[in-house]
Design a protein around this ligand. Structure first.
Ligand code: NAD
Ligand code: TDX
Length: 334
């Protein structure tokens, strides 16, 4: 029986990962420790909340007493918990340093005390910074450019230090931009789909030519599972599907899939320190046997359909506090 502690499992990728792991294996129990910040949402897990193999605990990964009490009963830790939105880190970096770095440290200390068999730290491709041409390899220098990516880089290397210093069996995936169901509607694809379904303008930063490598969340879950079970201790694995698109291309695809026109596009002030391009060399994870199974265009269309069919999930998120934050932070209405 594999006993997992998954942190941040009420967020976008964490909830998809929990659903995937429960569907894949009977021989598993999962404790989901999540603080339920604005991005954490138990609606993401409604279909599995009564599964006997699953338990939700509301709490903070920075709470050492709570983390130690949970760590006693598990053998595998997967740390998704983080503040994850670059724009928010530019306005208020404090929580990023606290959760993404200090919280990770608290988990590592407890994992060390209880001799955890596998510690997977969910890192990100953003730790490398921007690259104009070519692809980042796992051994390239980390040059993060936002408080978000710098906090993720700090945790990434802290986890590695526990491997070197204490021989903790860690693995560190660095995935590219995910999209799919249950993504909080503040990220490019989830925000633009939900705006477009409501015929609200699509705020493109700068010239819209920044490039990201888009990865369907289901493919990412399979990659994370592969790394967890077949990755080598102490190793970093890039995860990407090679779907490089600039933001205007993504915007146009969403406009087409929702039956809108380009009139919906509004060019707005650029993000501060906006990374131009992310792109990964994924030969290392490919050599473990993983490859993405979803075609980008079909997955994007399925994602549009999911948001169209699940207004119950996102409509209530885009009200009240969300709108206040949006007006205050971006100095504009949606
Ligand atoms: P998300 O913002 O949707 O979810 C984060 C979750 O962490 C939320 O449920 C939140 O309540 C929880 N959380 C935050 N602070 C916490 C704390 N102190 N204690 C316990 N729980 C806390 O994020 P996501 O997009 O699902 O990303 C998950 C992880 O994957 C993050 O570590 C992120 O850096 C990484 N990542 C994300 C992407 C992406 O494209 N979304 C790509 C690569 C890596
Ligand atoms: O309203 C917008 N307009 C816009 O032009 C938003 C929200 C974004 N953008 C641009 C900025 C980026 O060039 O779209 C691109 C993608 O932006 P985000 O969705 O905010 O993602 P990004 O900043 O690339 O970071 C994401 O991928 C790596 C996740 O948020 C991170 O958690 C992950 O580590």
């Amino acid at each position: 029986m594999q006993k997992y502690l998954i942190t941040g499992g009420a967020g976008f990728i964490g909830s998809n990962f929990i659903r995937y792991m429960l569907s894949k294996s009977d021989d598993i129990t999962i404790i989901n420790l999540d603080k339920l910040t604005y991005a954490g949402n138990l609606d993401n897990l409604k279909d599995i909340e009564s599964d006997d193999r699953y338990r939700f605990v509301k709490g903070d990964i920075c709470d050492s007493g709570l983390v130690n009490s949970l760590m006693k009963d598990v053998s595998v830790v997967v740390n998704f918990a983080a503040e994850s939105h670059v724009d928010r880190s530019i306005g208020t970096p404090d929580e990023f340093i606290q959760t993404d770095i200090f919280g990770c440290f608290i988990l590592l200390e407890a994992a060390r005390k209880y001799g955890i068999e596998r510690f997977m730290q969910i890192s990100t491709d953003e730790v490398y910074g921007s690259i104009d041409n070519g692809l980042f390899k796992e051994t390239d220098a980390l040059m993060p450019s936002s408080p978000y990516s710098a906090s993720k880089a700090g945790a990434d290397r802290l986890v590695y230090s526990y491997y070197i210093t204490y021989q903790m069996p860690v693995v560190i995936p660095r995935s590219s931009n995910n999209f799919g169901p249950y993504q909080y509607p503040e990220k490019l694809i989830s925000l633009f789909i939900t705006n477009a379904l409501d015929k609200i303008s699509l705020p493109v930063y700068g010239d819209g030519k920044n490039v990201r490598d888009w990865l369907y969340v289901q493919d990412n879950c399979e990659a994370l599972d592969c790394i967890l079970h077949h990755g080598k201790d102490g190793e970093v694995y890039n995860v990407g599907a090679g779907n490089e698109k600039d933001n205007l291309e993504i915007t146009q695809l969403i406009i087409d899939a929702t039956g809108n026109t380009e009139n919906l596009i509004t060019f707005v002030e650029d993000r501060k320190g906006h990374d131009r391009r992310y792109a990964l060399d994924v030969s290392k994870i490919r050599s473990l046997g993983w490859e993405p199974r979803h075609d980008f265009h079909s997955a994007l269309n399925e994602t549009v359909d999911w948001y169209r069919d699940n207004r119950w999930w996102w409509e209530k998120l885009k009200s009240g506090e969300y709108l206040e934050y949006y007006r205050h932070h971006y100095k504009r209405d949606l």
